[in-house]
Ligand binder design. Structure first.
Ligand SMILES: *Cc1c(COP(=O)(O)O)cnc(C)c1O
Length: 432
């Protein structure tokens, strides 16, 4: 086992994912290649669903934040597992619809939904809009009234929490492009406006405080602020908020230096706090919505590359260059995200070499990691980066006109293509 039970080695000393030899998979599909272990994703869905129902009540619903990893098959899996989903754009909504995801279980997010997005979402019957701001509230109300419907909405609230995580992925602070802050009075203002607006039905509130959070404390801080706010709405407006979406953000173990999160325990701990806070604030326990992205899919993934040049610069560092990079995984370039890498065809050898793993783009910041502990590499080796299920494929680009890699799903010892490799023809298809 390497970090997770679906990563292991076989008797040839090769890295396996879900029991399959990655060196063989690289031969079959080419590189770069995204692999996903389906059982791992489904198990995480079940952990969230079972724990949410057990600790928050039968009506609790975890949503899969589909920006983390988005293609048709993932929506089918989420639907089969009984999840809701969070979509943030017309493109995600379209993919969910094409995959047959039940529209009433979609929550439509985003800080700047276009009129077309709103209109398309209503046409497809999206269950709930998470309204970000007053202009959007007016637009949603107008379009709902045009259609003679009442759109179910949540309002996005910024509780003003620093979840002790990387600044670039902090979204619950007051100074944020997302939502309405409680301390500035803007949250109460939009609540009152929503209650009085036709065409919408305010059912609840949403907050999302950030990502890659390992402690329960920031969630309990957010829950405290949100339940107090729900109590104030009850007092000031005589209005009952019946749904509370606590967002996503639970952390994931990317390297041996990260802690492992017990998700069921975390949900139990958060639920005990929320139950206590509702009693304390004398409000009815709202229906709880959770919104995990990363923690549902990150661990399932691995990316395979072929090693090209290995460059040793005396007294500086060693570079291992691979046939992918920031176009298939921009997270190191964006946030210096840490990963675990290994040479898949010599996975049992000691990782006693230090190297910077470089991509193939014309950009010196195109790195997958620096100072990484890895096996010695040579041209033609298969290099694997683990835990790439979240925010890799979904953030991939065609920078340098590199075609996006395919996605292969592994289940019960069998591999199947779920997203095909882009071709050069795909790359030029919109050129005129
Ligand atoms: C990104 C995001 C999530 C998921 O966050 P993870 O850290 O991937 O769990 C959930 N809700 C909202 C609104 C988000 O923006």
């Amino acid at each position: 086992m390497i970090l997770y039970k679906h990563f292991d080695t076989n008797d040839r000393g090769h890295l396996t994912v879900g029991g399959l030899d990655t060196v063989e998979l690289a031969k079959k599909y080419g590189t770069p290649l995204y692999l996903l272990d389906e059982a791992c994703i489904r198990e995480q869905c079940r952990t969230y669903i079972n724990s949410a129902r057990k600790y928050f009540g039968e009506d609790a619903l975890p949503l899969y934040a589909s920006k983390a990893l988005c293609f048709s098959e993932i929506y089918r899996i989420a639907a089969q597992e009984g999840m809701g989903v969070d979509c943030v754009s017309g493109g995600e909504l379209y993919t969910a619809k094409k995959a047959g995801f039940p529209a009433e279980r979609i929550y439509f997010h985003g800080n700047n939904k276009t009129d077309k997005d709103i209109s398309d979402a209503m046409d497809m019957g999206v269950g709930t809009f998470v309204v970000d701001n007053e202009e959007e509230l007016s637009a949603v109300s107008a379009m709902a009234q045009d259609r003679g419907i009442t759109q179910r909405i949540l309002l996005r609230i910024t509780p003003g929490i620093d979840p002790h995580t990387h600044k670039a992925i902090v979204t619950g602070n007051v100074d944020s492009k997302f939502g309405n802050a409680i301390v500035t009075g803007q949250a109460m203002s939009i609540v009152k406006k929503a209650i009085a607006t036709n065409g919408v039905c305010l059912v609840g509130l949403h907050c999302h405080i950030g990502s890659q959070i390992f402690d329960v404390e920031p969630f309990s801080d957010a829950a405290r602020i949100m339940t107090q706010f729900i109590a104030r709405i009850k007092d000031e407006c005589g209005y009952e908020i019946s749904e509370l979406n606590l967002g996503g953000g639970l952390g994931v173990k990317y390297t041996k230096y990260d802690r492992e999160v017990d998700y069921a325990q975390a949900i139990k701990d958060i639920s005990e706090i929320v139950h206590g806070l509702c009693r304390e604030n004398n409000i009815k326990m709202p229906r709880i919505i959770l919104e995990p992205g990363r923690s549902l899919v990150a661990a399932s993934g691995a990316t395979l590359y072929t090693v090209g040049s290995v460059k040793e610069i005396p007294e500086f560092r060693n570079y291992i260059s691979v046939d992918g990079g920031m176009p298939d995984n921009p997270r190191y370039a964006l946030y210096q995200s840490q990963y675990t890498a290994l040479i898949a065809n010599r996975a049992n050898e000691p990782a006693d070499y230090r190297a910077t793993i470089a991509g193939r783009c014309c950009e010196s910041g195109d790195l997958l990691g620096e100072n990484m502990e890895i096996q010695r590499a040579e041209r033609g080796d298969i290099l694997a980066v683990l835990v790439t299920g979240a925010y890799n494929y979904s953030m991939a680009s065609n920078y340098n006109r590199l075609p996006r890699p395919p996605v292969v799903m592994i289940k019960d010892g069998a591999d199947r293509l779920v997203v095909r490799r882009e071709t050069y023809e795909d790359i030029v298809r919109n050129d005129i």
